[in-house]
Ligand binder design. Structure first.
Ligand SMILES: Cc1cc2nc3c(=O)[nH]c(=O)nc-3n(C[C@H](O)[C@H](O)[C@H](O)COP(=O)(O)OP(=O)(O)OC[C@H]3O[C@@H](n4cnc5c(N)ncnc54)[C@H](O)[C@@H]3O)c2cc1C
Length: 278
């Protein structure tokens, strides 16, 4: 027999869990295929140190405010060291200028690097919010012609921050990561959540009624039904089950949305296809 909540949220990543938190006073259920919440925020602990395998930083004022409301400890970058690993050597320094001086490369290379960073910082300082023109280009394209060593440093900073190469990430998203070790515009605003970014979703899971969270339930199809939506899902290897709700918020990955909602408007289908694979 199916259930009839007012709202059904699909996916318990940061987006789905944030929606669940804001709607916690309504009749809501969250359906998630994995056995955990957090999606692409996955954090762990080893030997007394915590780490993130997915998203590391938060910076949006609303996210930071939500973390504080949930009782999480939000840490700034003050006192953090910067490092680059180049030519088999690790250079560590307390700030951008001293890191630049300690980089194990020739002065000619340093001059080339400084020219590129200055150019990229100028672009970043002119950018406010998500710049559509930069977003339509890859970060590699925005970096443009530069020396191999400069490209290696920017590649390292970008990959460690975003999990993507400069070819894969857009100029709008990647630029701040590429230059953050060297005084980029996001340098003072990047924050971390103590215990890891997954703590945001874990804290929300604790704040909402556990019966509303359906883990290990894979959504198979979503279709309009009467004035609402019918969601078909499968719990583990079990038989298909259904939830009917007035409102459905889909916060699954793009591939899952394309697979489970066949009658999406064409423009939305194209937009989702354009971000695959990710
Ligand atoms: C290595 C790495 C570093 C990153 N660094 C940062 C960073 O520093 N700062 C930042 O802001 N962002 C960062 N990001 C991006 C950030 O992690 C994502 O943008 C964000 O976590 C996406 O959240 P989401 O809820 O939209 O999607 P997801 O977290 O992907 O959640 C989607 C959920 O839907 C579930 N799902 C999928 N299919 C189904 C189905 N059929 N049925 C039910 N459930 C389903 C998935 O299991 C998942 O839990 C990083 C990402 C990576 C990979």
């Amino acid at each position: 027999m199916g259930s009839h909540p007012e709202v059904v949220i699909l996916g318990a990543g940061l987006a789905g869990m944030t929606a669940a938190y804001h709607l916690r006073d309504r009749d809501v259920v969250v359906i998630e295929s994995r056995d955990r919440v957090g999606g692409r925020t996955l954090s762990g602990e080893h030997d007394g140190y915590w780490y993130n395998s997915g998203a590391q930083f938060v910076w949006d004022a609303r996210t930071v405010a939500q973390c504080r409301e949930l009782g999480l400890d939000v840490l700034g970058g003050e006192g953090a060291l910067s490092a680059v690993f180049l030519n088999g050597k690790l250079a560590i320094a307390p700030d951008a200028n001293r890191l630049f001086m300690k980089m194990p490369v020739s002065w000619v290379e340093k001059a080339r690097f400084a020219l590129t960073i200055t150019r990229l910082r100028r672009i970043a300082s002119r950018t406010h919010g998500l710049d559509a023109e930069l977003d339509a280009r890859s970060l590699a394209d925005v970096i443009g012609a530069t020396s191999d060593i400069t490209r290696d440093i920017l590649e390292m900073a970008t990959t460690s921050g975003t999990g993507l190469s400069t070819q894969e990430v857009s100029g709008a998203i990647g630029l701040g990561y590429a230059i953050h070790l060297f005084g980029g515009d996001v340098n003072s605003t990047l924050k971390a959540v103590r215990g890891g970014t997954q703590q945001i979703s874990n804290a929300i899971a604790e704040a909402i009624d556990p019966e509303r969270l359906m883990l290990e339930c894979k959504v198979e199809s979503v279709a309009a039904s009467g004035g609402g939506v019918k969601v078909r899902y499968r719990r583990g290897e079990g038989k298909p089950e259904e939830v009917e709700a007035s409102i459905c918020i889909s916060a699954m990955t793009a591939d899952a949305v394309l697979e489970t909602i066949p009658d999406l408007p064409e423009a939305k289908r194209e937009a989702l296809q354009s971000v695959l694979p990710y």
